[in-house]
Design a protein around this ligand. Structure first.
Ligand code: SF4
Length: 436
């Protein structure tokens, strides 16, 4: 059977993985970043809630739903009722889709297949997903993968699934579970060699918190260090990055390995300077832990980037000021700011649904310092923190008009995206009741 996998705008690891599984099973698979297909069967791999409101994707589905069979998978499959409510797709493959997608393509929609959702009259039938096996064939790697840039890397690779954390804004624990399942180091290295053969020059390790690799077998971090060393031997240490680490899962050995076998940066999800907000976020760490991890990385010769979230529904002006203070004190090497986005089915989404618009910073009109800019409170905090960050980095920047405008535009765009996601959530509030 011929089929097309569409991964809009970028080849995600998941889309390449499914492509490899299907190709190995004998399907004639084309993987593309464009919204076009000349096959009768299409798998749409979607990774952002915003995809459900993207006119290009909506138009593609509505124009092809009568003539093609369209299945949707990817991270947005965690909320299949919303996907099926927004897109006229035939079915959604929920969660880890390697095995369900194969079954679906081989035998068609059926309640006997685990991990799918589909319409049946007015009802949505949803079957329970099962964790997939981690042994698999090589991903389907497109020849133009070298053109893509995801935070500096051509691609991410997966070393394990699951996260022991419970951060309220994150969908990893729900999607992959709390139990860590790691791939064999030999499989990972073979896969990296294949990516390199296809022109990949820079690779990033994904998987929630990278240092949890092999955590299910031992809390000893040697396996993670060996992994970094093995990847660096293939790619060269300056071409490997470890994007995300929890501050409570680093130590000197890990940081030295990051210094020696990667480009030498850690990326911590610090999120907030307020312990109350960190608690509301269910981060499982406090500001002292964050500061300790930043200092430890610096002592080990590793550069530190931190990401922050503003506009959590419970964040007060005082909480926000604590975040500003932390950024001032920490002198980070790079800083990323996001407005809290309530991904459906996360704890944050529950909090947002229980928060009336007049109490939610996403909708509250900002009346302070930036009132002439017509921003919401979340947008104003995002903009203010972005400006503040530039002056508080280890190498401070002088703020130019161009930077000011770019940050203003970014804050407005983020605010608009989060409002759209919140409205979508509100539209489907209570719909879970009609799912069997
Ligand atoms: S530690 Fe990272 S991957 Fe794990 S739940 Fe928190 S944000 Fe998600």
């Amino acid at each position: 059977m011929k089929l097309t996998i569409i991964s809009p705008d970028l080849y995600t690891y998941g889309s390449m993985l499914i492509g490899g599984v299907l190709k190995d099973a004998g399907f004639d698979v084309t993987l593309t970043r464009n919204l076009s297909a000349d096959t009768d069967v299409v798998l749409l791999s979607l990774y952002s809630t915003l995809h459900l409101m993207d006119d290009r994707i909506r138009d593609f589905v509505s124009q092809n739903s009568n003539s093609k069979t369209i299945y949707v998978g990817g991270p947005i499959s965690a909320y299949p009722d919303i996907v099926l409510g927004e897109l006229d797709a035939d079915a959604v493959v929920i969660g880890e889709g390697e095995e369900s997608t194969l079954e679906l393509l081989n035998s068609g929609i059926s309640e006997d297949i685990s991990g799918i959702a589909f319409r049946s009259g007015d009802e949505i039938i949803r079957t329970q997903p099962e964790p997939a096996k981690l042994e698999r064939p090589m991903p389907l790697i497109p020849d133009d993968i070298r053109d893509q840039d995801i935070r500096g890397a051509n691609t991410y690779i997966e070393t394990h699934r699951g996260c022991i954390g419970a951060c309220g804004f994150c969908q990893v624990p729900k999607f992959f579970g709390n139990r860590i399942r790691s791939r064999d180091i030999e499989d990972i290295v073979q896969e990296i060699k294949e990516f390199k053969r296809h022109g990949v020059e820079r690779i990033a390790i994904s998987g929630g918190t990278s240092s949890l690799y092999q955590y299910e077998r031992s809390t000893d971090v040697n396996a993670f260090i060996e992994l970094l060393q093995a990847i660096a031997e293939v790619m060269g240490n300056k071409n490997v990055s470890v994007p995300d680490l929890r501050v409570d899962y680093v130590n000197e050995d890990i940081l030295h390995a990051i210094r020696d076998y990667t480009m030498g940066w850690v990326y911590y999800g610090i999120e907030s300077g307020s312990d109350k907000i960190l608690k509301d976020m269910r981060k499982g760490v406090n500001s002292e832990d964050n500061i300790h991890a930043i200092e430890l990385a610096r002592e080990c010769g590793v550069k530190v980037a931190g990401s922050f979230i503003v506009g959590y529904p419970t964040e007060t002006v005082q909480d926000y000021e604590l975040t500003k203070n932390l950024i001032e004190d920490a002198l980070l090497d790079d800083i990323f700011i996001s407005i809290a986005e309530p991904i459906p089915e996360t704890n944050l989404a529950d909090i947002v649904l229980k928060t009336d618009d007049p109490e939610n910073p996403t909708f509250i009109e900002h009346t302070g310092e930036y009132n002439i800019l017509n921003l919401t409170e979340s947008e104003a905090r995002c903009f203010d923190l972005e400006l503040h960050s530039e002056m508080c980095k280890s190498m401070p920047n002088i703020l130019t008009d161009q930077m000011y405008q770019a940050y203003l535009e970014d804050a407005r765009q983020q605010g608009s995206d989060v409002r759209a996601v919140t409205r979508l959530l509100q539209k489907y509030r209570g719909n879970e009741d009609c799912i069997s």
